[in-house]
Write a protein that binds this ligand. Sequence first.
Ligand code: PSU
Ligand code: MN
Length: 308
Amino acid sequence: MSLIKPKLSPEVADTLASGGPVVALESTIITHGMPFPANLETAFGVEQVIRDNGAVPATIAVVDGELRVGLEPDELEALAKAQGVVKASGRDLAVAMVRGQSAGTTVSATMLMADLAGIDIFATGGVGGVHRGAEQTFDISADLTELGRTKTAVVCAGVKSILDIAKTLEYLETQRVPVIAYGTEEFPAFFTRQSGFKADHRLDTPEEIARAMYLHHQLGTGTGLLIANPIPQAAALTHEFIDGTIADAVKEADERGIGRKELTPFLLARINELSGGESLKANIQLVRNNAALAARMAVAYAPLKAGR
Ligand code: PSU
Ligand code: MN
């Protein structure tokens, strides 16, 4: 079976060819996850954090129907400003290509494209999961099934309580996806360092995580890994501050009948409004923190992959 190779930027292509460390970044966070101009500032800032930690960033998106890995600054800016861009999960990529559309890629689509490009590690803020009320709506993010079939390691800050965290962890267990918390026993809840649930595993260094990735793939498991990195203490929100706001936003979405792919972007925007911008500030800091860990993992993983 011949697979499509996305178009790589020259820098990403050169780095991959020489076995150097590359970290993939998603673009739905830019197109649907944060308002302009914070989305663009964050996108540039996160790329710089990856460079500062010794790796090359590869922001992934669909631009005018072309699958792209590594965007130029003007392309990133156009994506951040564009109105009405598609939110593409893995299943939406082929149609976006046929129609010549531009699209922000979700965790699912970004994992798929990273894998096609030969990139093993991907940093984001939060992954999608099992939504609250999923027993009625069946709303389970394609991010979770992608983790069950694509080998990319995804560094996130856990999942926020717009989701049913217990069911999300159950689903990842069913999908055979190891959930590794970095430096903590607890599975973090995005804005907060605690969720009330334990992660399956704890590892304390990027080198150990890289070795676990390597062995996981050597075992032929065929699945991704989810690395949960708690938000830095100084940037974390408290449960008292954010939990009620999240519950209000979830209730409002339910009352207004918002579902399917609109649900997550609506909740993120509404929580930002209701929190007076505090959730966005925390979101920016945790993405940067994840990018730093992912870059350090990539630096440790490159020699293992090359057999050095
Ligand atoms: N959570 C966030 N910010 C985001 C997303 C999730 O805090 O930007 C985005 C990611 O791209 C994720 C997607 O893959 O939402 C999940 O969407 P859904 O729940 O519709 O599967
Ligand atoms: Mn959904």
